[in-house]
Design a protein around this ligand. Structure first.
Ligand SMILES: [Zn+2]
Length: 280
């Protein structure tokens, strides 16, 4: 996990995906004001770049634009290749500030009711909006938040554990995701004792305020297990994600039961999960 956890503000996870169920309506209206009016009428961005679905707005000269775009596009390609996530048609606005103080001032002005986070992804029915400020670990923040943007593009949110587990997984650069996620030592330690939170426990939490550091870690662990345990578990995750997309388009009430299918593939799930991390 990136250092942002350590640098957590107010003792809460510094980044998050705020969607319809998690923010108040007033904030959403402000969000649309941003995209529809305020951005074009009152704010002159120093840098504006469009590439594919990404529209980047910066209050500074972005000399590293190609690197940033390559980073965003690499996550899009990884999600499509690994999990079959289809490119979204709606735009994703990426708003970057040169300093933390300007970022906070802006967020406080336009989103006064939202909790403070080091970076934010916000979406309702319109385009997704990702806000962050430039700092040494910005690329991890971008990878994390753009994962939220790419896997959420309907009116209905993914289950929180799935959303955050995937964002935690993909925030690490390609090539280091198998063994070098900072969540790994914590998971290895906890599986030796009581074990991580079960999928049932994680599924019950749908409010970000109740989603603790341990829940981020454990959600990452389940995603890692599903992606790397074997081809069938990865296929299961892929199918689960596509079923959620179908549910979102059809507004059906309940999500697919991933755990039941996982137990069918891994009858000794707890033992297999423990072994997966003990051997990592
Ligand atoms: Zn997140």
């Amino acid at each position: 996990m990136s250092c942002s956890r350590v640098a957590s503000l107010c003792g809460i996870p510094p980044r998050c995906n705020l969607q319809l169920r998690r923010i108040v309506a007033g904030c959403l209206w402000i969000a649309f004001s941003f995209t529809n009016a305020r951005a074009s009428e009152t704010r002159q961005w120093t840098t504006e770049i469009q590439s594919g679905p990404f529209q980047i707005h910066c209050d500074f000269e972005l000399h590293d634009a190609q690197t940033v775009l390559a980073e965003l596009d690499a996550i899009r390609a990884d999600l499509e290749r690994l999990l079959g996530v289809q490119p979204r048609e709606q735009a994703i606005h990426v708003v970057l500030f040169s300093t933390e103080s300007e970022y906070r001032r802006y967020m406080h002005t336009y989103f006064p009711k939202l909790p403070e986070r080091r970076a934010l992804f916000i979406q309702h029915r319109g385009p997704g909006m990702l806000f962050a400020f430039w700092h040494p670990d910005i690329r991890a923040d971008l990878r994390h938040e753009v994962t939220h943007a790419l896997i959420n593009h309907g009116n209905r949110s993914l289950p929180l554990w799935l959303d955050e587990g995937l964002a935690e997984y993909f925030e690490i650069e390609h090539g280091r995701r198998f063994r070098e996620n900072p969540n790994q030592p914590g998971v290895k330690a906890v599986v030796k004792k009581k074990g991580v939170s079960s999928l049932k426990e994680l599924k019950r939490i749908d409010e970000l305020d109740r989603f603790t550091e341990a829940h981020y870690r454990d959600s990452w662990a389940w995603i890692h297990f599903l992606i790397h345990r074997r081809q069938e578990t990865r296929e299961l995750l892929k199918r689960h994600l596509s079923e959620h997309v179908a549910l979102r388009s059809n507004s059906l009430p309940a999500g697919p039961d991933l755990e039941r299918e996982l137990r069918y593939l891994c009858p000794n799930l707890e033992a297999e999960f423990r072994e997966h991390f003990e051997n990592l």
